[in-house]
Every structure is written in C-alpha cells, then in structure tokens.
Ligand binder design. Sequence first.
Ligand code: PEP
Ligand code: MN
Length: 333
Amino acid sequence: MILRLKKDIDETKANALGKELQAFVLKDNGSFLLVTPTKLKDVEEKYRSVVSENFVFNDDIQLASKKFINGVREIKISKDVVIGGKTNNTVVITGPCSVESEEQIDQSAQLCVKLGVKVLRAGAFKPRTSPYSFQGMGVDGLKLLDKMRSKYGLKIISEVRDSTHVQDIIQYTDIIQIGAKSMYDHGILKACAKTNKPVLLKRGFGTTVQEFVQAAEFILSGGNENVILCERGIRTFETKTRFTLDLCGVMWLKEHTNLPVILDPSHAIGYAYGVPDLTRACMALGCDGLLVETHPNPAVAKSDASQQLNFNEFTNLYESLKPIAKAIGRNII
Ligand code: PEP
Ligand code: MN
C-alpha cells in the first residue's frame, strides 16, 4: 500500500512511521509517502490522523501503477528533451551498439546533428554473451561520448554493466541504460535508485512484464522517480529472428503502468532488413521513444553488426517516421 502522509508530518515522524510499517519513505510533492509491503490493505485506526490518502494494490506493482499515478510520468532529460507527461513526444535515439573509436562516434554524432536527433546512444561497457567478444572501450569510451556531448550538444545514453561503474555512467551520460542481461542485478538497480538521473530499463529477455515492472519498482522505491521502460524482445520458440518483440506486453505496460515506454526494434529482430518496417510499426502504435542502432559501416561493427542500419538507411527511415507521427498526433523529438 502507498500512504500519503499529511503535509505537516515532518521527516523524523515519517521515518519513524516508515520503520513501524516496514515501508520505503519517499518525498513527493511536499509530503511524504510510505510504500509498505503490498499485503497491507487497510490503514489501521492509529494511523488515520496522519494519512491524507492511501492506495491499495493487488500485486507488487505500486509506484509504477496507474492506480497511483493515473497518467504517464514526465521524464525531463533536458529542457528540450522531455518525454511522457502530456507531451506526446516520441524521442528517437540512435548510435552504434558500441563506441569503437573517436572517428566512428564523431560520425554517428554528426548524423544526429544533421537529422535533428537529440540523443546519441552507444555502449562503452558491453555485457557480451562471450568473453572472447569485444567488451567495449570502458571509461575511455564514456569520455568520447562526453566529448560528443560538449562538441555537438547531444544528450548521451550508455549502459551500465555492473554496479562498480554506475558513478562513471552518471558522470558522463544523461540517461543510464540498464541492459536486458542486467535487469535483475540488484546492485545496479539499487545504485541507480540513489541518483535522479533518468534510467532506461530494458526488459530481460526471459522475464514477464510483471517481473520487468517489479525491477523498475526497485529503482522507484529507492527514490529515483525517473524510470523509462524499454521493450527489446523476449525469447520465444522462434529462432529465425533474434528475439520476439512483445507488442502485446507493451500494450499491457501502457494500460497498467505510469512509466514511459521506449521500443527497441534493432535488438528484437537482430537483422537490419526488418528494422525500418518494425520501427515504423512501433511509431504507429504510439510509444514514448524508439531506439535504433546505426553504424557508419555496419559490416565492420565490433558488436551487433547484423542489425545496425547504415546512415543512408537510417536517414530514409527517420524521414518516413514523420508522417506516421503526424497521423497519430505525436511529435518526434
Ligand atoms: C544494447 O543496447 O546494445 C544491448 C546490449 O541491448 P540489450 O541489453 O537489450 O541486449
Ligand atoms: Mn547492441
């Protein structure tokens, strides 16, 4: 249950009540919230004088639930990059799977500038399936991304692979990405909860939407309100494509949660041939963002080579999204 305490209840009292009820204590709009275990369904008589409002839940989706916030949270990445809320914005995010060199990431940044894309994404710490594959440039890669941020005024998103470098990711990026393989990593989730930096949480490929949103609850209950969900495909019996993009799951997230949802067709299908049409389909269903991998020369990419679009393909795709956005009343940012 979520209890909103009356405005005159101070922090000391809120913390004492939180301890009694085994609750997370959060500050929200000038009052304190107690987020208790979900099994609590009633406000006991002795607490009624301090509680102004309460919300009851059937499962462990509380802060992310539409029953708590009946709308979509607004996530402000910068003055001109805002998603959710009442914006109707769809943020297009692109860049290579990995930062590989200054030349490569500079070319990617220039593509963003040319098209008006505001968020550049690339991995520096890569959680690869094999230890023999390229693991990313690490902090050197983050520094290159930071350089692109100041050189071109782009917003940066990069993924955290383990909790030891969360601070580096916070320092050099504007959005922290938690990858599909890390969705269950509580060290990462809890470290991300302690910052206000927006977090893009990707769905683990073997998780239900319930488990996915519960992972988001770790970040929200720890105090970070800025969580964005990302559907990037789940594992099914199908082997011809890399994963299966779960659009029904996306509909469920939109109906039941208050978190913005971004779609990642690139990792879902895993092959460039299908990315443009899939991205257009995702745009048409009305999402808060799209994540598409691009590379100056996909054939030589050090990770995810098969799925990245070249700049020409991406430019054509980007232009084709505009009439779709217009038709459904969304703004591409
Ligand atoms: C990525 O975004 O490059 C990536 C590794 O994605 P995922 O975590 O969805 O596999
Ligand atoms: Mn990738």
